[in-house]
Design a protein. Structure first.
Length: 288
């Protein structure tokens, strides 16, 4: 089946669709030795090259990668540290090589938040997650300064439904803490960290940490300390695909394999450098 060139490159994890379109406009992509055009349709029989380097889109290949990463609050998600802030490491500097592909974030956290980040080389997975918006269930651990009581916890669900835009709090639990610094654990749909900050601030609480602990079926491991990662595989990975309405790579492998994109580069440095150990699961008993 013939598909638009930029869609093929994005689905292969070589670039985002927008970046692929920029490459095509700049004349960096050729099809069968001729400059490609935006929207051109290709199939497995075409010879595609980027900057003169051929890529293969046929034959058996490893499944696309999905990575679970524990991001520290304030860590930059830019592919390079902000100008004048060389000491502030980028998340991408801590990710492993993507086997010639490109890491794409799923529902990226705000710069001030931390916890569970998911990355993939699969453009189709990223697109499906984007189409769902923020409707996948997620969980957050929020550290607040102020009194938490059952009356406040019970009022949060109604306050979320009345917010603009509204979202759903499915459960609110006291997660422990010391003194006036307390942890609040929230199971939500349709909310980002900033929505939770605004909601709790309006209730008279001072928010100092927002950590995501779950996205869809994927839960942040207690064993994964900040700045470290692990690859999702098997049923866990397939459950994420199923949550966004796709067949997982495990199913594709059993059916005979998936298209292959040959590497364009050797990839990024490995994330095996030593990092501070985690203080536990995001939420219960953490310190600043």
């Amino acid at each position: 089946m013939r598909e638009r060139l930029q869609k093929v490159l994005a689905a292969a994890g070589i670039a985002s669709r927008r970046q692929a379109e920029e490459w095509i406009r700049a004349g960096r992509v050729t099809v069968d030795g001729r400059p490609a055009s935006l929207g051109q349709r290709v199939d497995d029989g075409n010879r595609i090259a980027i900057d003169g380097r051929k890529i293969r889109l046929t034959g058996a290949a490893p499944a696309h990668l999905v990575l679970l990463y524990h991001r520290a609050p304030g860590e930059s998600l830019r592919e390079a540290p902000p100008a004048g802030d060389a000491a502030r490491a980028s998340t991408y500097e801590r990710l492993p090589a993507a086997r010639g592909r490109r890491w794409l974030p799923l529902s990226a956290l705000a710069p001030s938040d931390g916890g569970l980040e998911l990355f993939t080389t699969d453009g189709a997975l990223r697109a499906a997650a984007s189409r769902l918006g923020h409707e996948l269930p997620s969980s957050y651990a929020v550290r607040v300064r102020g009194a938490l009581d059952e009356t406040l916890l019970a009022a949060l669900c109604a306050a979320a439904a009345a917010a603009q835009p509204p979202f759903v709090i499915e459960a609110a639990r006291h997660g422990g803490g010391e003194g006036r610094n307390q942890w609040l654990e929230l199971d939500v749909r349709g909310a980002r960290g900033r929505d939770l900050r605004a909601l709790l601030t309006d209730r008279g609480l001072e928010v100092s940490r927002v950590l995501r602990t779950r996205y869809g079926p994927v839960v942040l491991d207690r064993a994964i300390s900040r700045g470290r990662h692990r690859e999702l595989a098997g049923r866990e990975r397939d459950a994420l695909y199923a949550a966004v309405g796709l067949q997982g790579p495990g199913h594709a492998a059993r059916a005979g394999g998936a298209p292959r994109a040959a590497p364009l580069s050797s990839g990024s440095p490995d994330a095996g450098r030593s990092r501070p150990r985690s203080r536990g699961r995001a939420g219960r008993g953490r310190s600043a």
